[in-house]
Ligand binder design. Structure first.
Ligand code: SF4
Length: 237
């Protein structure tokens, strides 16, 4: 495992002020089995842009829950076409109709944690078991849970290294890169959706509201469980 070859504390300190490209280059040189799990947010599109322009040998995938917005599926295709890349689909064991037969319809309305577990966390855990490290697009100022994220950290929950090249970036820095480099992004961002996940659990946000308040609106839930520490210790969409 690359875990054994990387001193996480030292690497996090050394890379704290490195550029996102420098972090991605470092990771692609140091970690043999490296993947980027994108949720197609603006940050994810920036990382795809950097990986593709630098031609870095990094695997790319997304969790296709089966209930993404049509605009997200369209963005997925636009990114592949623009950069000549493949973003693999990782899907849950059950389709939405199969899940409805077992758990009842619209599980997201009745038990969103269970739905996220089945449609995101379990498939992600299975996929990440094939890799030494995963790259994520999280930023420290997105949520309280992400405020202490490091550039490089050990992901105890999923059992591999986690690399966060945009962790020090601001919202404005992300969008400056998008506009300056003509990076494809989800058209829903221009329609009041600053943070976009599954269609049933994402609502538009009024100007001035918390950008993530449209996710699981009306529920206490803020994260799908991909970047939240479990009971044992440490940290897509
Ligand atoms: S975000 Fe909603 S629809 Fe998507 S997996 Fe979680 S609960 Fe289910």
């Amino acid at each position: 495992m690359a875990d054994d070859r990387v001193d996480v504390t030292v690497a996090a300190q050394e890379l704290e002020t490195a550029s996102a490209v420098e972090i991605l280059r470092w990771a692609s040189q140091r970690v043999p089995k490296l993947t980027f799990a994108t949720g197609f947010g603006a940050e994810g599109c920036v990382i795809i842009d950097l990986i593709a322009r630098e031609r870095l040998p990094i695997d790319l995938f997304t969790l296709d829950t089966g209930v993404l917005f049509p605009e997200t599926y369209e963005l997925w295709k636009r990114l592949e076409d623009k950069y000549g890349i493949e973003i693999r689909a990782v899907r849950p064991a059950q389709t939405i109709p199969e899940q409805a037969l077992v758990h009842g319809p619209a599980l997201w309305d009745r038990a969103s944690d269970r739905c996220c577990e089945l449609r995101k966390v379990v498939p992600l855990r299975h996929e990440l078991s094939k890799f030494d490290a995963w790259i994520t697009a999280i930023r420290r100022d997105q949520t309280a849970q992400r405020a202490n994220a490091r550039v490089v950290e050990r992901d105890v929950k999923f059992g591999l290294l986690k690399i966060n090249p945009l962790v020090t970036w601001s919202h404005d820095a992300v969008w400056a890169h998008v506009y300056a480099n003509d990076v494809p992004y989800n058209v829903l961002h221009d329609r009041g959706f600053p943070s976009i996940g599954c269609q049933p659990c994402t609502a538009a946000v009024a100007p001035g509201e918390d950008p993530r308040s449209g996710r699981w609106k009306g529920k206490a839930k803020q994260e799908c469980g991909l970047h939240v520490a479990d009971a044992r210790g440490s940290d897509a969409a």
